[in-house]
Each structure stands twice: as structure tokens, then as C-alpha cells.
Design a protein around this ligand. Structure first.
Ligand code: ZN
Ligand code: ZN
Length: 396
């Protein structure tokens, strides 16, 4: 057997790479070398892809496990043999488990390229419960904070596969034109035993090259869908967005993904939430932050300001003697929590900054000079003032 390559070299990451970097490097390799991508390649290409795919999975299985990684870092491949009977086994890993941990349990659809781990039973769908299911579709929707505060209804335009209306999804008009694929005997998969690299028997499963994973051969294909049984259509999908959602959250709209080519259930539409920045308010979790400049006079004498809130303007009283940097909490004027996540409604924090005029008229200047040396104007920080500045450091 050929000399094993260093795991870091295999994944193309440095020894100091973070867990995320390692994961992302493996993800790229798994996508590149997945056997399903090479079904139409030459035998040599298929073999290379398969070997690289396995090699990357093994490297990832070690480098993603803190204990195994530490052992590998310290002893290299020798660490493999050191554990004795109950010790480490760098080669022993569950490929399905790795793929699931990196790509998630459901289908991973990248750009409608027709490659989906959930699509064929061997990989993503190894639980066996999801026999046949169309691919999921991912899209995103951008929301304003106002929409997030109240929840809203959104419509997205997507393209998904639906059964061809001409043949009803069968790919041909005559049932007698559909034959079971002789290569895979109807399973849609070809399974190939791989040499047990480290004494472990494993299989490579890929979509059947003859029928493309459908398990059937259509001899007189429908003219409208060319025998695929599917048709790609653009549709608008309307859905509810609950109040309080955050950037990166995902809403699943059941059944709006692709139709299943084998007549199973539709995939889902996964909508990822994007948050549009607000002109004045900043969000942190359920809380909102806003900075307002007040005049020197308002700071000294007190006054009232109008604060932009997501449900309209809010009048806020400025206390006489307000220091620049004072933070006022307006309870309950933040964002609500999404049902079932966190609790209660956030608050709005208003930071009051005192604006100092840059130019004064002659008469203003004269009046100011008059009170310049008045004792009240000499800085004398009370304990209260200090508390304001200490608080300010940690917020905004
Ligand atoms: Zn087949
Ligand atoms: Zn058709």
C-alpha cells in the first residue's frame, strides 16, 4: 500500500487551522471527489475520485475529533498503533456519519446541479426512513427590522421541478415502455466493495450510470419532458415569517422543494433569513441600540427628544445634568423573541451624547464668558458620573 499522506496535507490546511477551517476544507474535497460526480468518468478517474474521497474522509475523521487530533499531532501515524486493542483506530470511521455531520441530515443542494446526498439511500439518507424524496431548495429573504419586529408575510419566486403534466411524471405515456433497469435491477444504485483500507470493509455506493438513479429505463420517452418525468417551473411561494427572527435563521416550507423523480415526496424549500441594516438602530440579540446627540443646553437644563422605535417615535425625557455618554434603557422597545427561542422582549438602549457647538456668535460668546468661571462649571466628577463612564465602556 502506498505511503499515507499527512492528514493536514490531505485537507490542505495548516497545523494551526481551526475546527471550522478543517471542516470547510473537508467539505470542499468531499464535494469535489464524491463518487456521484464521477459516474461518467473513466475507470481511472473513478478510482482516483474514490481514493481521494476516502482519504479526505479519513483525514477529517481524525482532525475533527479533538482526542484523535491531539494524538495524531503528537505521534503522527504511529499514534494509530499505540492504543492497543481498545485504543485509537484512525482508519475506523463511519463515512455516513461524517457526511451527515458536515452536510446535515437532509439533502445538500448546491445550485440545482442535481447532486444531493439525500437523494440516494447510500449516503445522506442512511436512516432508511426517507426512501424517496425530492431535493430541497435553498433561498434567502432580506427583512427590515420593522418586519422582524412584527413578523410578516413574504413571497419568493423559485424554480422547482414538478411532475410533467403530459405524462403525469412517468416519463412516457405507455406503461409498457417502462422497464426495470438491468444494471441496478431497479434499485437505482450501484454498490462496489472497496478494498478494506485498514482492515475495514466498506462500500462505495453511487447512482446507477445506466438509468441515472431512477431504476427504470424508458424506451419511448415523453416528448415534453424527454423521459425525465419532470418539468422545471417558476412559482411564487408565500409564507409567514414569525416575529423576532435573526440573521441566518432558516424557515422550512414543507413540500416546496423539488418533486422526487421516483414519485416520492417533494423536498422542502429552505428560506434563510437575511437582516437589512437599519439606518439608525443597531441590533444585538433582542436588544436595540441607538445614539442620539443632545445640545449642551438640553444636557444642562433637561429636555425631551424623539427616539426612533420600530413601532414609531418614542418621546424620551432628558434629565437635567445629563452627562455625555449616559445610557438610558427603554424597557420593552427591543425585538420580541421568536416563539420557542429565548424569552420576553428586548430593550432599547439610548446613548445620549452631548454635542458641543464648534462656532459661537459674538453675543453667545460673551454670555458664555460671563459664566465661564462660575463654580458650577468646573468639572467635579461625582461617583454617579464615574459610573456612567464605566458603563459606557462595555456598551456600544
Ligand atoms: Zn440502473
Ligand atoms: Zn413528460
Amino acid at each position: 500500500m502506498a505511503q499515507k499522506r499527512d492528514y493536514y496535507e490531505v485537507l490542505g490546511v495548516s497545523k494551526t487551522a481551526s475546527a471550522d477551517e478543517i471542516k470547510s476544507a473537508y467539505r470542499k474535497l468531499a464535494l469535489k471527489w464524491h463518487p456521484d460526480r464521477w459516474v461518467s468518468g473513466t475507470d481511472a478517474e473513478k478510482k482516483t475520485a474514490e481514493e481521494n474521497f476516502k482519504e479526505a474522509a479519513e483525514a477529517y475523521s481524525v482532525l475533527s475529533d479533538p482526542q484523535k487530533k491531539a494524538r495524531y499531532d503528537q505521534f503522527g501515524f504511529a499514534g494509530d498503533q499505540m492504543g492497543g486493542g481498545g485504543g485509537f483506530d484512525f482508519g475506523g470511521f463511519d463515512l455516513n456519519e461524517i457526511l451527515r455531520s458536515v452536510f446535515g441530515g437532509g439533502g445538500f443542494n448546491f445550485g440545482g446541479g442535481g447532486f444531493d446526498f439525500g437523494d440516494f439511500g447510500g449516503f445522506g439518507g442512511s436512516t432508511g426512513t426517507r426512501a424517496s424524496r425530492g431535493q430541497d431548495i435553498r433561498t434567502r429573504v432580506t427583512l427590515t427590522l420593522e418586519e422582524i419586529a412584527k413578523g410578516c408575510t413574504k413571497t419568493v419566486s423559485i424554480e422547482h421541478n414538478r411532475p410533467c403534466p403530459e405524462c403525469g411524471g412517468k416519463g412516457t405515456k405507455n406503461a409498457s415502455d417502462i422497464k426495470t433497469c438491468p444494471t441496478c435491477h431497479g434499485s437505482g444504485q450501484v454498490r462496489q466493495a472497496m478494498r478494506g483500507l485498514f482492515g475495514m470493509q466498506s462500500y462505495s455506493i453511487s447512482a446507477c450510470p445506466q438509468c441515472g438513479g431512477k431504476g427504470k429505463i424508458v424506451s419511448n420517452p415523453c416528448r415534453r419532458c424527454h423521459g425525465t418525468g419532470l418539468e422545471r417551473i417558476r412559482e411564487e411561494v408565500t409564507f409567514q415569517v414569525p416575529a423576532g427572527v435573526q440573521e441566518g435563521m432558516q424557515i422550512t416550507i414543507s413540500g416546496q422543494g423539488h418533486a422526487d423523480p421516483n414519485g416520492g415526496v417533494n423536498g422542502d424549500l429552505l428560506v434563510v433569513i437575511r437582516e437589512a441594516p437599519h439606518a439608525q438602530l443597531q441590533r444585538d440579540g433582542n436588544n436595540l441600540f441607538y445614539t442620539h446627540f443632545i445640545s449642551v443646553m438640553d444636557a444642562m437644563l433637561g429636555g425631551e427628544i424623539s427616539v426612533p422605535c420600530l413601532d414609531g417615535a418614542y418621546k424620551l425625557r432628558v434629565e437635567p445634568g445629563t452627562q455625555s455618554g449616559t445610557i438610558v434603557k427603554v424597557r420593552g422597545k427591543g425585538l420580541p423573541s421568536v416563539q420557542g427561542y429565548g424569552r420576553g422582549t428586548g430593550d432599547l438602549y439610548v446613548k445620549l451624547m452631548v454635542w458641543i457647538p464648534r462656532r459661537l456668535s459674538r453675543s453667545e460668546r460673551e454670555k458664555m464668558e460671563e459664566i465661564r468661571s462660575s463654580s458650577s462649571f468646573t468639572p467635579d466628577l461625582s461617583r454617579e458620573d464615574r459610573a456612567v463612564f464605566d458603563k459606557t465602556k462595555n456598551i456600544f
